[in-house]
Design a protein around this ligand. Structure first.
Ligand SMILES: Nc1ncnc2c1ncn2[C@@H]1O[C@H](COP(=O)(O)OP(=O)(O)OP(=O)(O)O)[C@@H](O)[C@H]1O
Length: 260
């Protein structure tokens, strides 16, 4: 029997309106533990809006949300991080002047115990925790393949490496769900192959991933299931093979291409 806890994320009826524009209309999706789940659709379909609602940047007009079998309200970004969702952004958001290691350490602080008192008075508990956080951050940089760049300022890394750094920072929060917003954007073919291997590895290590991606080949090769949005509505859901031969999906994409 399938119980709700088999789903890391279980949302339904998610709606969001901007003035006269219905950006999301009753979107529902269930992401099984250990899956890579793709969210695709033409430009303006509502993918980023869905991410922003899910991660507390926008307040939904309606919707029910469950994470790891527990109800949660995505009302504020820090609550969402605590609840266990980490994300990356379409336009990379790193601390440009901080080192790669420090950027990952910031992510890890979501889970730290000593708090502000420990940080100010530099208690022994705080120092031990800082050392543990630095060690874990280095492991994560190694994991995503940029361990040798730990001391480099984030802004000096290549585009592809900055994206990998963002993934390391997301992993640092030990999330139940990692939401990746167009991780392959701006990458060349070689970088995409490396990215694909990394996402595969993250899944094989038992993590669950929600992915917005324009590169259809990457989505189809990587995802276990896919939801297709068009004008805020879900027009298809299923395995990559199923959605690829769905008439509505073909029409939405052809229509979008014809419009350009
Ligand atoms: N803050 C906002 N205020 C008003 N309209 C918005 C806002 N954010 C998004 N929209 C509109 O909502 C619709 C969905 O946009 P969204 O960015 O979610 O699409 P998307 O599928 O992520 O597109 P893309 O692939 O181009 O990133 C668009 O028509 C967009 O103009």
């Amino acid at each position: 029997m399938t119980t709700t806890t088999d789903f890391v994320l279980n949302v339904s009826g998610v709606s969001k309106r901007f003035g006269g524009l219905q950006a999301l209309s009753g979107v529902a999706l269930k992401i099984g533990r250990g899956q890579v789940y793709g969210l695709i659709g033409p430009n303006g379909a509502g993918k980023t809006t869905f991410f922003n609602v899910l991660t507390g940047l926008y307040t939904p007009d309606a919707g029910s949300f469950e994470l790891g079998g527990q109800a949660y309200k995505p009302q504020a970004v820090h609550q969402v991080a605590k609840a266990g969702i980490a994300r990356t952004f379409q336009n990379i958001r790193l601390f440009a002047e901080m080192s790669a290691l420090e950027n990952v350490m910031v992510g890890r602080h979501v889970r730290s115990q000593s708090g502000i008192f420990g940080a100010i008075f530099r208690t022994s508990g705080f120092k031990a925790e800082e050392a543990a956080i630095a060690k874990r951050a280095q492991e994560l940089l190694d994991y995503v393949g940029i361990g040798h760049m730990a001391e480099f300022k984030a802004r000096t890394l290549s585009y592809g490496d900055q994206r990998r750094l963002e993934i390391a920072r997301a992993l640092a929060t030990d999330p139940q769900l990692i939401a990746l917003d167009e991780p392959a954007a701006g990458m060349n073919a070689t970088e995409k192959v490396v990215l694909r291997e990394l996402i595969d590895r993250i899944r094989n290590d038992g993590r669950t991933i929600l992915l917005i991606e324009h590169d259809v080949k990457l989505v189809m090769g990587l995802c276990d299931r896919v939801t297709v949005l068009d004008y805020g509505k879900q027009i298809a859901e299923g395995t990559p093979a199923e959605v690829q031969r769905n008439e509505k999906v073909i029409e939405a994409y052809l229509g979008a291409h014809a419009a350009h």
